[in-house]
Design a protein around this ligand. Structure first.
Ligand code: ZN
Length: 165
């Protein structure tokens, strides 16, 4: 629970920066936090800078190894296919996510990647931890975006920012 609270705080901070409010925390086998991050696609101008990818990157550097066996990743939202495959490549042991992500989720929403036969690494997955809070954060964020969108003329790069990254 405390790790998901931390991921939520990262998500909130990301939302305040104008990023999609999603956060992640990676925890080592001994229960030590290896990395924590919020989405940063806009600030880093990087479409792959989802919170989950950022914590895997940071932990990889810290551990000197892209394989992160025995780790647990806490994410406020059901990860997208890119992030889920990154977790498979990193060989993380466990994924705990908060709210379902109907449009992009790779754990049964958009696609069920863990259920794909032949995947070379199985991650233990638990969903629904603090789901309501995780969901509320993202709903409020998009509600606010829509409200602002109707007040301003939205063009070009601004419009791109209204799309989930
Ligand atoms: Zn992702």
């Amino acid at each position: 629970m405390e790790f998901m609270r931390l991921a939520l705080a990262e998500a909130m901070a990301a939302g305040e920066r104008g990023e999609v409010p999603a956060g992640a925390v990676l925890v080592g086998a001994e229960g030590k936090i290896l990395a924590q991050a919020g989405n940063a696609c806009i600030s880093l101008r990087d479409p792959t800078a989802h919170a989950e990818v950022l914590v895997l990157r940071e932990a990889g550097l810290k551990m000197g190894n892209y394989r992160l066996a025995g780790t647990s990743l806490y994410a406020t939202l059901e990860p997208c296919p890119m992030c889920l495959m990154a977790m498979v490549h990193a060989r993380i042991e466990r994924l705990v996510y908060g709210a379902r992500e109907a449009k992009t989720g790779a754990v049964g929403s958009l696609i069920d990647l863990p259920g794909v036969a032949g995947l070379n690494h199985q991650i233990r997955i638990e969903g629904g931890l603090l789901a309501e809070e995780c969901q509320a954060l993202i709903q409020d964020f998009f509600k606010e975006k829509r409200r602002r969108g109707t007040e301003e003329v939205v063009t070009g790069t601004t419009r791109n920012r209204l799309v989930r990254c």
